[in-house]
Design a protein around this ligand. Structure first.
Ligand SMILES: Cc1cc2nc3c(=O)[nH]c(=O)nc-3n(C[C@H](O)[C@H](O)[C@H](O)COP(=O)(O)O)c2cc1C
Length: 176
């Protein structure tokens, strides 16, 4: 059995991307999935002036978890057409404390938003940028108009077919 670490790059206590991650966990069969809640993390803005001993303990722990786990489900909100500053800052910290942290392991990217774009612009950016951290992006999924397509804590309609499909791509990648 493989170990999958799942989280969302959001510091919103009512994050819809966390709701999507939690539901996606329920679609994964025969794998251990841990949802890591980073919403309350208060991480200082990365600066190259910061010494290694100023690295936040959360960043050190996340790097350890990334090394320990076999695959990842990462959901990201979209802010102003890009990655939220909260999540970008975490990635910047990781990039300076662990080269290629994801070690070519498979990553399933998700995004949702209340609007019709579903965070697809930022997904394109993440597909381009996370491989700089060693992520092997096996699939991505955007859920537009969250409140129309997520009812009673579940993705509904054709989007459920699409989400199951990308989950299968992650489990296939893990079995290779
Ligand atoms: C500063 C800011 C910028 C936003 N920009 C976008 C955007 O470019 N595209 C979009 O689809 N939604 C945008 N939104 C709306 C977010 O999709 C919405 O807040 C969503 O709940 C964020 O996901 P989360 O709840 O998981 O944090 C923006 C929200 C904020 C606070």
């Amino acid at each position: 059995m493989n170990k999958i670490l799942a989280f969302a790059g959001s510091n919103n206590s009512k994050s819809i991307n966390y709701k999507l991650v939690d539901f996606t966990k329920s679609l994964v069969n025969d794998q251990e999935v841990r949802v890591l809640d980073i919403r309350s993390w208060d991480i200082p803005m990365y600066s190259i002036d910061m010494d290694p001993d100023q690295t936040p303990k959360e960043i050190t722990e996340l790097i350890s978890l990334i090394k320990e786990y076999d695959g990842f489900i990462i959901a990201s909100p979209e802010h102003n057409g890009g990655m939220p500053a909260f999540f970008k800052n975490i990635i910047d910290w990781i990039s300076r404390r662990s080269k290629g942290a994801f070690e070519s392991k498979p990553v399933l990217l998700l995004s949702t938003s209340p609007g019709g774009g579903g965070g697809a612009n930022n997904l394109k950016y993440l597909i381009h940028s996370l491989p700089y951290q060693g992520a092997s992006i096996c699939a991505s999924f955007s859920l537009p108009s969250f409140y129309d397509h997520f009812k009673n804590d579940e993705v509904v309609g054709d989007y459920l077919v699409g989400l199951n499909d990308v989950v299968e791509k992650l489990t296939d990648a893990l079995s290779q």
